[in-house]
Design a binder for this molecule. Structure first.
Ligand SMILES: Cc1cc2nc3c(=O)[nH]c(=O)nc-3n(C[C@H](O)[C@H](O)[C@H](O)COP(=O)(O)OP(=O)(O)OC[C@H]3O[C@@H](n4cnc5c(N)ncnc54)[C@H](O)[C@@H]3O)c2cc1C
Length: 367
C-alpha cells in the first residue's frame, strides 16, 4: 500500500486528488504556497461544460461528460458532509449567433447531448433580459455552473475532517528530492517532506517545478479577467454566451461575465481596458446590467496546455512522480473525472476511461 502521498498545489485538482486518495492510502499531505483554492480555481467562472464543447478533442469530451454526470452528486455529498454548499446550479446554456452551429448540432447528435436549435423568439421568451438583435440560438438543457469559491471551500472542509490528511498552507515546494531516478519527497524552505508518491497539481506553475529535473512540460499561464454584478435573484434564468463572452447566474443573483484570454506571463493585475471590454460585452448580452451594481473584477491564471488536454499519470523516468495538471480553460468541469482517473491509475484500479490520451509519456521534452 502507498504510504505517504505528497500533493503539490491545492487548487480544485489538488483538493479533489487528495479527497479521492485519502480513503485509499495511509497518509496524504497537501501543500500550497498560498491558501488552498485561491488561484485559478477561485477565479474561474465554474461553467460545468467547455465553452464550445464541439470544438474539443474526444479526450476532453470524455472527461467532460463523466464529470457533468457526476457533479450533482458531488455537490450534494460535499454539502451534506461539510455544510458548505458548492451550489451546483443547473440553468442550461444558450449560445447566440454561433458561426459553427451546424458543427455543434452534429456533435450533439453524435454524442447524444441535449443540444438543439431553438427559435430566437423562444430564446427571448425564456430570457427576457437578453439584448436585442440576436438572430439565432441553440440551447443545451442540463448544463450547470458550480460556485467554484464554495466548491474549494467545501473540499477544504471535507479534507480537514479526514484524520489522515495533513494540509500545509503557505508551504512552497521548491524542488523534488530523488535517489537514482526515484522521487522520495519534496523540498521546502523548512526542509524535506518525504513521500513515496509525489503528485504535481500546481496549475499554471507546474512546468516551472519540473524544469530542474530537465523536463519541459508545455503548461503556461493564460490570464483571464472576469467581472461580477449583483442583480435580483431571478434576473437571469440561464447562462448565455455570444462572441466568446458569457454571463453566468449564481443562485443568489450574482452574475459573472467573462472572460479575457491573455498571454501576460504570471501577471494577475486586473486592467482598465479589460474592465471596459467586459462591461461592453455584458451590456450587449444583457442591457439591464448597465444599471446593475458592479461588485467585482479580478484575474486568474489558467494552466494552458496544448489543445487543453491535461496531463494525468506517472512521469516516465521518474518513479513516484505523478502529474495531474494542464486543464487550461476547463479545470472545473474536468476535475471530477480527472481526479477519479488519476486515483484509478495511482492505485492500480480499472480506469473509468481510457487513460492513454492524458499520459505524460511522449508529451514532455527531456524524458
Ligand atoms: C477567468 C477564468 C474563467 C474560467 N472559467 C472556467 C469555467 O467556467 N469552467 C471551467 O471548467 N474552468 C474554468 N476556468 C479554468 C479553471 O479555473 C482552471 O482550469 C482550474 O482552476 C485549474 O485548477 P488547478 O487546481 O490545476 O490550478 P489552480 O487553481 O491554479 O491551483 C494551483 C495551485 O498550486 C499552487 N502552487 C503553485 N506553485 C506552487 C509551489 N511551488 N508550491 C506549492 N503550491 C504551489 C498555487 O498556489 C495554486 O493554489 C477558468 C479560469 C479563469 C482564470
Amino acid at each position: 500500500m502507498t504510504k505517504q502521498v505528497v500533493i503539490v498545489g491545492g487548487g480544485v485538482i489538488g483538493l479533489l486528488t487528495a479527497f479521492n486518495l485519502a480513503a485509499e492510502v495511509e497518509q496524504v499531505v497537501l501543500c500550497d504556497r498560498g491558501e488552498l483554492g485561491r488561484e485559478s480555481s477561485w477565479a474561474g467562472g465554474g461553467i460545468v461544460s467547455p465553452l464550445y464543447p464541439w470544438r474539443y478533442s474526444p479526450a476532453v469530451t470524455a472527461l467532460a461528460h463523466w464529470s457533468q454526470d457526476f457533479y450533482p452528486q458531488l455537490g450534494e455529498r460535499l454539502f451534506a458532509s461539510t455544510g458548505v454548499d458548492p451550489e451546483v446550479h443547473t440553468t442550461g446554456l444558450y449560445w447566440l449567433d454561433l458561426e459553427d452551429e451546424a458543427e455543434a448540432l452534429a456533435w450533439a447528435e453524435r454524442e447524444g447531448r441535449p443540444l438543439s436549435a431553438v427559435d430566437i423568439c423562444a430564446a427571448y421568451d425564456a430570457v427576457p433580459v437578453l439584448g436585442a438583435g440576436f438572430q439565432r440560438a441553440i440551447y443545451m438543457a442540463g448544463v450547470a455552473n458550480v460556485r467554484n469559491p464554495r466548491l474549494v471551500k467545501s473540499l477544504k472542509a471535507a479534507l480537514q475532517a479526514m484524520p489522515n490528511v495533513s494540509i500545509r498552507e503557505h508551504c512552497e515546494i521548491t524542488g523534488f528530492s530523488h535517489q537514482g531516478g526515484r522521487i522520495t519527497g519534496v523540498e521546502t524552505a523548512d526542509g524535506m517532506i518525504a513521500g513515496d508518491r509525489v503528485v504535481l497539481t500546481a496549475g499554471a506553475w507546474s512546468g516551472d517545478l519540473l524544469r530542474p529535473l530537465g523536463l519541459e512540460l508545455p503548461v503556461e499561464p493564460v490570464k483571464g479577467q472576469m467581472i461580477l454584478f449583483k442583480c435580483a435573484e431571478d434576473f437571469l434564468p440561464s447562462m448565455v454566451l455570444a462572441k466568446g463572452r458569457y454571463a453566468i447566474p449564481r443562485r443568489d443573483g450574482h452574475i459573472l461575465v467573462g472572460s479575457t484570454l491573455e498571454h501576460a506571463g504570471y501577471d494577475k493585475t486586473p486592467t482598465a481596458e479589460a474592465l471596459e471590454s467586459l462591461k461592453a460585452s455584458a451590456i450587449e448580452l444583457l442591457p439591464a446590467l448597465a444599471d446593475a451594481a458592479l461588485v467585482g473584477h479580478w484575474a486568474g491564471l489558467r494552466p494552458g496546455s496544448p489543445e487543453g488536454i491535461p496531463y494525468i499519470g506517472e512521469v516516465p523516468g521518474w518513479q513516484g512522480l505523478w502529474l495531474n495538471c494542464g486543464h487550461y480553460r476547463n479545470g472545473l468541469v474536468l476535475a471530477p473525472a480527472s481526479c477519479q482517473l488519476f486515483a484509478d491509475l495511482l492505485l492500480g484500479r480499472e480506469p473509468i476511461i481510457d487513460p492513454r490520451p492524458y499520459a505524460p509519456a511522449g508529451r514532455l521534452t527531456g524524458e
